[in-house]
Design a protein around this ligand. Structure first.
Ligand SMILES: CC(C)(COP(=O)(O)OP(=O)(O)OC[C@H]1O[C@@H](n2cnc3c(N)ncnc32)[C@H](O)[C@@H]1OP(=O)(O)O)[C@@H](O)C(=O)NCCC(=O)NCCS
Length: 164
């Protein structure tokens, strides 16, 4: 199934909220269960300047999203982008995440002139860690008890990809 990547538009809020209904999407991210449609509508409509959000589409349907947050008002962090992403539960393991990270890296390297992409990922999120390593991200450190998840504290890794 071909995956196409385009910009995420404010009108895509229902599809994004649907992604974050998925237990696997919640488990891997820092979102809470029972996401609000209204909160997602506002988040997309009032996206801050410097946020670049992508949608992965299969047969016109949005099945994943990724965003690169940049620091346009901080001269000393202007070279940095923070990556976040989620693929809809029923579409994981089918190449959607790889297509999204490829485009996020292209955007960072070739258009935004970012030399450092960074992210946080739970230490037990094997698919995500494998995905990021595939694109040159390296583990820089461990964040102990970083977030509360499903009844216990979970550790996370800080990962980053430096442009060569
Ligand atoms: C992590 C996530 C973004 C990966 O996206 P995806 O579409 O499932 O990933 P892909 O199908 O492109 O696979 C990417 C790589 O992950 C690895 N992978 C995929 N599924 C895996 C699994 N079930 N177990 C172990 N590794 C797996 C493979 O190495 C794969 O690369 P390869 O096929 O070239 O070997 C997606 O699973 C997801 O959204 N998970 C829930 C939310 C989340 O964890 N977000 C990331 C927050 S940091």
């Amino acid at each position: 199934m071909p995956i196409t990547i385009r910009r995420l538009e404010p009108s895509d809020y229902l599809a994004v909220q649907r992604i974050f209904i998925g237990p696997k999407a919640i488990w891997g991210t820092f979102q809470l269960p029972f996401p609000s449609i209204e909160v997602w509508r506002k988040r997309l409509e009032e996206a801050p300047e410097g946020l670049f959000s992508l949608a992965a589409c299969a047969q016109e349907e949005i099945v994943g999203t990724a965003s690169v947050t940049t620091f346009i008002n901080n001269p000393r962090r202007r070279h940095v982008g923070q990556l976040g992403m989620a693929v809809r539960d029923d579409w994981q393991g089918k190449g959607v995440g790889s297509a999204l990270v490829q485009e996020a890296v292209n955007l960072a390297d070739k258009w935004l002139n970012l030399s450092r992409l960074e992210l946080e990922v739970y230490c037990d999120n094997e698919p995500a860690i494998k995905l990021y390593k595939k694109f040159g991200f390296e583990i820089e450190g461990k964040l102990v008890s970083y977030a509360y998840r499903d009844g216990q504290f979970a550790d996370a890794y800080y990962m980053a990809r430096l442009k060569k």
